[in-house]
Design a protein around this ligand. Structure first.
Ligand SMILES: [Zn+2]
Length: 312
């Protein structure tokens, strides 16, 4: 089963990705995007972006939390502690890593000692302010206050620092090749049993709902993203399918719809491809082609149902 998502979210006052401090000033990660202009030309714009790397990290964290809550034991010592950047396991076969850690299975790994690697089955693009609306950002001053044993403010402990925060309508795109969950990529004849594969695939989908409702980003203690998903197009397919058009583009709904219609014309029928939609504009555009969901949790629930039906 293959899942492709593309959509848009209003995100107010986030500071999800920062670039370290210059003195007491912490700036957001920024990158240039190219926008199509009303006159037909193109131009570059600097925008605060949310990296796919960061989204991937928080998706892994949420997956660990969900699996732990089910008392699922096959999570390695590092992933259990949310250290996702390398594997402590030192096996000589990709499948041994898969067997022993659900995160190595879902999020991939490269062992620098044994040279064994696995591609991630979950992939995230950057979240970027959309083509039709520039974002805005500015710095907010924070104050750290220290007190003495007597309860007096200790001026030597006070530290004023400034941190940039951004607000905008962000586009995103996510792919999950769930067909590979619990299955070796280098030798697909090696696979976990079907129930364990379904359990891991469902945990990965459930984590997506947590991520898309704001469980991501730096400085979450003070600035958890104020997020609302406004639009979402999702395709679930038994067979591999191309990505949808990224939510950044102003015509991503029409473009995604035309890709899905073309898929149908080359044999991807209703039984093997389902389209789920959120938001009035998307629902209207897709008509009978899309199954409407009221929110991302409902949508993820439908995808979990597809795992149950489609996983082989
Ligand atoms: Zn692990």
């Amino acid at each position: 089963m293959y899942v492709r998502l593309s959509g848009r979210a209003l995100i107010n006052i986030h500071t999800a990705n920062a670039e370290g401090a210059i003195g007491n000033y912490i700036s957001l990660s920024k990158m240039f995007v190219v926008r199509r202009l009303p006159n037909g030309g193109l131009d570059y714009f600097e925008e605060p972006v949310i990296s796919g790397n960061m989204l991937k990290h928080w998706h892994a964290v949420e997956t660990v939390n969900i699996l732990k809550s089910m008392n699922y034991g096959k999570i390695c010592e590092y992933c259990r502690r949310y250290v996702m950047y390398r594997s402590p396991l030192k096996y000589n076969d990709e499948f041994d890593y898969i067997k022993n850690c659900a995160i190595e299975d879902l999020h991939g790994f490269l062992s620098t000692e044994t040279n064994i690697r696995r591609e991630s089955v979950v992939r995230f693009s950057f979240m970027v302010p959309v083509e039709d609306l520039k974002s805005k950002y500015m710095a907010i001053t924070h104050n750290r206050v220290g007190v003495t044993k007597e309860g007096k403010i200790d001026e030597s402990l006070m530290m004023v620092f400034k941190r940039e925060h951004a607000t905008g309508l962000y586009g995103f795109s996510i792919s999950l090749d769930l067909a590979y969950v619990g299955k070796s990529q280098s030798d697909p004849s090696k696979a976990l049993d079907i129930d364990e594969r379904k359990l891991r695939a469902k945990a990965a989908l459930q984590a997506l709902a947590n991520l898309l409702t704001g469980s991501f980003g730096a400085s979450r203690v003070r600035a958890e993203p104020i997020i609302k998903i406004t639009e979402l197009v999702c395709v679930a397919s038994k067979k591999p399918v191309p990505n949808l058009t990224h939510g950044f583009y102003k015509d991503y709904i029409e473009d995604s719809k035309s890709r899905i219609e073309s898929l149908r014309s080359i044999g991807f029928t209703g039984e093997s491809v389902r389209v789920y939609v959120i938001g009035d504009r998307v629902t209207q555009a897709f008509g009978e082609l899309g199954i409407r969901c009221d929110n991302v949790i409902e949508l993820v629930g439908k995808l979990m149902g597809d795992v149950e039906k489609w996983f082989t």
